[in-house]
Design a protein around this ligand. Structure first.
Ligand code: KIV
Length: 273
């Protein structure tokens, strides 16, 4: 085949993510914070690249994600965007950047217009229904984030599994459905029991992405530096160091994508009961 007849790879869109859910094809997501890593992830077949506010911890060295602001997200998202051609660019709305619908619209608009975000992610449940609805009505794709919400760490009193009690599990399922009805295009579940993740994945029409959730979620996400074994402290239970088994950054990212796509990640040791 001549190079001229080769088709460029189709950009990942909300429609293709939806089609992947329907076809049972797992969605591989990973964080990145700069153009060089973004390029590696794009080449390795990562479907969604998240500029996570985890950058406050893994790039800036803070203890929490709280100090991150919109200008930090713009700076890193612009860089990541330059490294991507196929992967979708999803960007976190940082702490206190979406306390009202007008504020959320303004900040999400900046991420879309200036940094090339194709989807924004925000933490919270039923209290975010109005915000999600406003963003969605203005053409901004939204990923809602339930379960462990690091922006509420001081309110939660620590990083721990959410939704273990039956009433909390019922409430989370209800909130997930409300957020979908409000217009969310994707749902991220962080640190929730496997059975609850399975119930939410089955109940929603939109793709559900897990981190410490379930292998039966429609996709998985991890923090890049955790899979490369360069995060400070112990690697979280829900993550896996892929560089020890591969030996290079490119091979580690490819191994992660392959493990997600074939259902080999997460394993039983990466999820919670
Ligand atoms: O900021 C982040 O890295 C996240 C994780 C859930 C992937 O939101």
């Amino acid at each position: 085949m001549s190079v001229h007849s080769q088709q460029p790879q189709q950009k990942v869109t909300v429609r293709s993510l939806q089609a992947m859910k329907q076809a049972g094809e797992k969605i591989a997501c990973l964080t990145a914070y700069d153009a060089s890593f973004a390029h590696v992830l794009d080449n390795a077949g990562v479907d969604v690249v998240l500029v996570g506010d985890s950058l406050g911890m893994v790039v800036q060295g803070n203890d929490t994600t709280l100090p991150v602001n919109v200008s930090d997200m713009l700076y890193h998202s612009k860089a990541v965007s330059r490294g991507l051609s196929r992967s979708m660019l999803m960007v976190d709305m940082p702490y206190l950047s979406y306390t009202s619908a007008p504020q959320a619209l303004e900040n999400a608009g900046l991420l879309m217009k200036q940094a090339g975000a194709q989807m924004v992610k925000l933490e919270g449940g039923a209290e975010q229904v109005g915000i999600v609805s406003c963003l969605s009505q203005n053409g901004i794709p939204v990923c809602a984030h339930l379960g462990l919400q690091p922006q509420r760490i001081h309110k939660l009193g620590g990083y721990r599994v959410q939704g273990r009690e039956q009433d909390a599990a019922d409430a989370m399922l209800d909130e997930a459905q409300q957020l979908e009805q409000a217009g969310a295009d994707m749902m991220l579940l962080e640190c929730v029991p496997q059975t609850l993740a399975d119930d939410i994945t089955g109940a929603l029409g939109i793709p559900v992405i897990g981190i410490g959730a379930s292998a039966r979620c429609d996709g998985q996400i991890l923090v890049l530096y955790d899979i490369l074994g360069i995060s400070k402290g112990r690697i979280p239970k829900f993550s896996r160091n892929f560089i020890v088994e591969t030996g290079s950054i490119e091979a580690a990212v490819k191994a992660y994508v392959d493990a997600v796509k074939t259902g080999r990640f997460p394993g039983g040791e990466n999820v919670f009961s």
